[in-house]
Design a binder for this molecule. Structure first.
Ligand SMILES: Cc1cc2nc3c(=O)[nH]c(=O)nc-3n(C[C@H](O)[C@H](O)[C@H](O)COP(=O)(O)O)c2cc1C
Length: 212
């Protein structure tokens, strides 16, 4: 079948002003729980868009590791491409697509590093291989080949072999997206999808409906 004929008919779940929470974080928590209950694969995977100082966008998948009223947290290498772009331009957009539920959530906001203590706590609970990998991989830098990575990993393994656990690398840690806008999209029958947008205002959130 040609790509132009590929299309999904949405079954027509509904998202309404009456049933959606007035708080988008609460609404996100509800949908996240439902996505988990529906066994969505990589339910916490989100596409993260950043842009360079001159406005060139770039996206990649990262994993959501925490969320609450303060924002949405992910972990990465601060010297990676995304890290450098966020240094220059702290505006970012994250997108979840939970296809099994015909849902999408878009989060736009300003990004800042989480505290060193918060990053330390999360790093300490990662499996050892992931901890060593954070030291071994100069994320987003060109490398000569796979062998270089394996050599680096072996080097790091022996460097920390006397310690119970490696410390967090200074160039690795969390970012928190403090949301300014959150949009929930529910696929609907006959392409009449529901879109509820929450915009942060002083003292709360304003909810509105967008045309699909
Ligand atoms: C399912 C999945 C989860 C990922 N999770 C993370 C993550 O949590 N943190 C991270 O730095 N990279 C993660 N990656 C790798 C990124 O997509 C990306 O390749 C890497 O961070 C380098 O991106 P950059 O060069 O744009 O900085 C993940 C990739 C996939 C496919």
């Amino acid at each position: 079948m040609s790509i132009s004929n590929l299309r999904t008919e949405y079954r027509g779940g509904q998202l309404s002003e009456q049933t959606a929470s007035h708080d988008p974080i609460e609404q996100f928590a509800r949908w996240f729980d439902e996505a988990q209950a529906a066994a969505v694969r990589d339910v916490n995977a989100m596409s993260l868009a950043t842009a360079s100082r001159d406005g060139r966008p770039c996206t990649r998948i990262v994993l959501l590791k925490a969320f609450d009223a303060c924002g949405f947290v992910f972990y990465t290498n601060y010297l990676s491409r995304k890290g450098r772009e966020l240094q220059d331009n702290p505006l970012a957009c994250a997108l979840f697509f939970w296809g099994e539920l015909e849902r999408q959530v878009r989060i736009e906001g300003t990004v800042s590093r989480v505290s060193a203590e918060e990053s330390d706590r999360y790093f300490a609970q990662r499996p050892l291989d992931a901890q060593l990998g954070a030291w071994a991989s100069p994320q987003s830098e060109p490398i000569a080949g796979r062998a270089e990575l394996e050599e680096r990993l072996n080097g790091v393994r022996s460097r920390f072999s006397q310690q119970a656990a490696p410390p967090r690398p200074p160039h690795w840690g969390g970012y928190r997206i403090e949301p300014a806008r959150i949009e929930f999209w529910q696929g609907g029958a006959a392409r009449l999808h529901d879109r509820l947008l929450y915009v942060r205002e002083s003292g709360g959130w304003r909810q509105s409906r967008l045309a699909p």
